[in-house]
Design a protein around this ligand. Structure first.
Ligand code: BGC
Length: 718
């Protein structure tokens, strides 16, 4: 293990800057600057880390050049976007969030890390923990949805899973919490656009998941591309340094987003590359990803006195420390040497299927079409997502191979060997071609049931994939209407990276599923749900709007002075649609029939240092086993600032056999009822709170109780 200070003392300026320079090589292009041949730069020590290279041979070849071929032999750090799997692809994060299960989130991250590490990757640019309430934004698919509590649990679980217990182990990868911060709220939902959220919303909604990631030990943070109220995040010293490092204690590396340091010039806050480099370095950005801005700009910035050597050294120290923590000095070829174990690979596919199954949300089953009874022998699968294995992977599919993904068609055929499953796309995902509708309708006429596989292509969400409409693209609605007109038992399976505006469909289809992009095992998982081999258990991680005009829509709104009252026109509402979403946050049906039999708070008055125990009795009155999720919300009834009508505090899950009763117990510390006070410091204000327990954020289904926190107003930190 090297002595970092001694190493630093030996380094030339060019070698130091090299450690701050991350370049892409090879396989994947994620931005406007293309990967070139970086081997010369590696040999000269001008490149300290590399992105988008994976596979043992390629990684070790470059590593050899750095370790054996450079003056100081400092190993390279290999980073890659392992967002929801490396070779085995798990559900997209928005889908997996629907499983509402931190244990699952951690398990899939662990497996993804093991596969990535086996490919030589030492750092993933994940988890993406951007809360978003705007489904126009394509990157909503990469994150955990609308709620900061869910996002915080997701952040912790993913960091633990990726990093494992020992970062230096050849099966661990470092995690990067991104994109810091409020990237999920771009103006008009357009990717890369400016963000203008209040300080309060920043502290209540967007920062908490990053704090959770830091507490879980995340080793890297990536600032986002946007400007926040005029300050580009890549140069935001207040947040990157004073909030992230000083206040939350983050001690890892800050890595810019792709080319983002150089883009400070385009933002209009730097006149040239020297100013751009100086702004980013001073703000606390240690690594310049794909910008060459540090390489070209830092020497000039030093000459001009915009930065000094101590600023450079600080960043280099952090990079070297990260390499050390990842075990790269001791074992530069450690990742990639473990042999592939066949049994383990089969286990990973099984986990991908389990995760996919548990990410499906049964939105509606009013006609009781699902699960299919044995009498369903002839199935017509129609729609452009029916046989689309590549799309099943969704955006950021790393080293996943669409050819190995299970389409809905193949999944259904495998699950129903005694039945006939026939397929017709009907229409393409996008475009105006309706020529195939007639043949698809013929197929439906001959079937006992129809599966309508509709939605978006994988490339219609993700980075640089915002949409100004939430409608089904192309002529899919025409296909769907023609199918629905037949009056056959029809299940709509919606594959998409965002909620789509389908109020016209729900209810007319006998059942509707949100099937997102479920990854390598998508088709098998969907078949498990349709056949009843598994009972659906996913719950929406966001409010599903009725139409685009309701966006941004989220349950944690403040009530305002004129909350919606049907009897009073002059209250907050639309003339044309209700305020409520089509489906609330947390919504998701099972094949069981679980009811909350009672909610009991053991002590309704406690002091600030105590916790409420809330006991919830559940009963499955259905004939099928169910995995139920229960949410605990709170409302501070009178506070120094207006509080959300509902604030999510906790989630619990309970598996119940038919006829079985069960109990979940929430333990809610009083300090969890604190909030950013008028000075934005966390404060607990004693007094009355309403606690609400239920299966979703639908107020009509929540069971309320009143409790009281005793004592004086106090800072939650002190
Ligand atoms: C994305 C990041 C990603 C990076 C590297 C950027 O365009 O915004 O999320 O980690 O590329 O691939």
């Amino acid at each position: 293990m090297p002595d970092i200070e001694r190493l630093l003392a030996e380094m030339t300026l060019a070698e130091k800057i090299g450690q701050l320079n991350m370049l892409a090589a090879g396989f994947t292009v994620t931005g406007p600057v293309l990967a070139g041949d970086i081997t010369g730069g590696v040999r000269e020590g001008r490149i300290g880390s590399v992105l988008n290279v994976f596979g043992v041979k390629a990684v070790h070849r470059l590593q050899l050049m750095a370790v054996e071929g450079t003056r100081l032999g400092i190993p390279l750090l290999f980073g890659f976007d392992v967002v929801h799997g490396q070779r085995t692809i798990f559900p997209v994060p928005l889908a997996e969030a629907a499983a509402m299960d931190p244990v699952l989130w951690e398990r899939t991250a662990r497996e993804a890390a093991m596969e990535a590490a086996r490919d030589g990757v030492a750092l993933t640019f994940a988890p993406m923990i951007d809360v978003s309430r705007d489904p126009r934004w394509g990157r909503i698919v990469e994150g955990p949805g609308e709620d900061p509590t869910v996002a915080s649990l997701f952040a912790e679980a993913k960091v633990r899973g990726f990093q494992g217990r020992d970062l230096a182990s050849p099966s661990a990868v470092g995690a990067t919490a991104k994109h810091f911060v409020a990237y999920g709220a771009p103006a008009a939902g357009r990717d890369y656009a400016s963000v203008d959220v209040s300080e309060r919303t920043l502290h209540e909604v967007y920062l908490p998941p990053f704090e959770a990631a830091v507490k879980a030990g995340v080793v890297a943070v990536m600032p986002a591309f946007h400007d926040l109220a005029g300050e580009p995040m890549t140069a935001h010293g207040d947040l990157l340094d004073r909030w992230l490092r000083v206040r939350t204690g983050f001690d890892g590396v800050v890595i810019s987003d792709y080319h983002a340091v150089a883009e400070l010039i385009d933002h209009g806050v730097a006149a040239d590359v020297a100013e751009a480099a100086a702004l980013a370095l001073k703000a606390g950005v240690d690594i310049d990803m794909m910008g060459y801005a540090y390489e070209a700009g830092l020497p000039k910035a030093l000459d001009r006195g915009l930065v000094d050597m101590a600023d450079v050294d600080r960043a280099v120290r952090r990079v070297l420390a990260l390499k050390q923590r990842l075990g790269l000095f001791d074992a530069p070829y450690g990742r990639g040497t473990a042999a592939l174990d066949e049994d383990h690979a089969a286990g990973v596919r099984a986990l991908a299927r389990e995760a996919a199954r548990r990410s499906v949300v049964l939105l509606d089953n009013a006609a009781g079409v699902l699960p299919f009874p044995d009498t369903v022998r002839r199935i017509a699968l129609v729609g452009p997502l029916g046989d689309a294995p590549y799309d099943m992977l969704g955006s950021w599919s790393a080293a996943g191979d669409g050819a190995e993904a299970v389409s809905i068609l193949n999944g259904l055929r495998a699950a129903m060997p005694g039945s006939q499953v026939r397929f017709a796309a009907g229409v393409p995902i996008d475009g105006n071609d309706e020529a195939g509708i007639a043949a698809a309708i013929d197929l439906c006429r001959q079937a006992d049931a129809v599966v309508l596989a509709i939605g978006e292509g994988a490339n219609m969400s993700g980075e640089a994939a915002s949409r100004s409409s939430l409608d089904l693209p192309g002529r899919q609605r025409a296909l769907a209407e023609a199918v629905l007109d037949l009056g056959k038992p029809t299940v709509a399976v919606i594959c998409a990276g965002r909620p789509l505006a389908v109020d016209w469909l729900v209810g007319r289809a006998g059942a509707t599923l949100a099937a997102w992009f479920l990854g390598s095992e998508a088709g098998n998982a969907i078949a498990d749900i349709l056949t009843g081999a598994a009972s659906p258990s996913g719950r929406l991680p966001l409010s599903w709007p009725r139409n685009l005009g309701q966006v941004p829509i989220f349950f944690a709104e403040r009530t305002g002075g004129r909350p919606d009252d049907p009897a009073d026109r002059f209250t907050s509402k639309y003339l044309d649609v209700p305020n409520t979403p089509l489906f609330p946050f947390g919504h998701g049906l099972t094949y069981g029939d679980v009811t909350i039999a009672g909610v009991d708070v053991e002590r309704t008055e406690i002091t600030a240092d105590e916790a409420f125990d809330i006991v919830v009795d559940l009963r499955n009155e259905g004939r099928v086993a169910a995995e139920e999720t229960v949410f605990l919300f709170a409302r501070d009834l009178v506070a120094s600032v207006a509080r959300p009508a509902m604030d999510l505090k906790s989630i619990a899950r309970c598996a119940l056999a038919p006829g079985e009763s069960g109990t979940v117990v929430f333990s809610l510390p009083a300090r969890d009822l604190s909030f950013p006070g008028r000075d934005l410091r966390p404060v607990l204000e004693p007094g009355e709170f309403e606690l609400m327990v239920g299966p979703s954020a639908d107020r009509k289904r929540l069971i309320p109780t009143r409790v009281r926190v005793l004592g004086d107003r106090r800072s939650a930190n002190g």
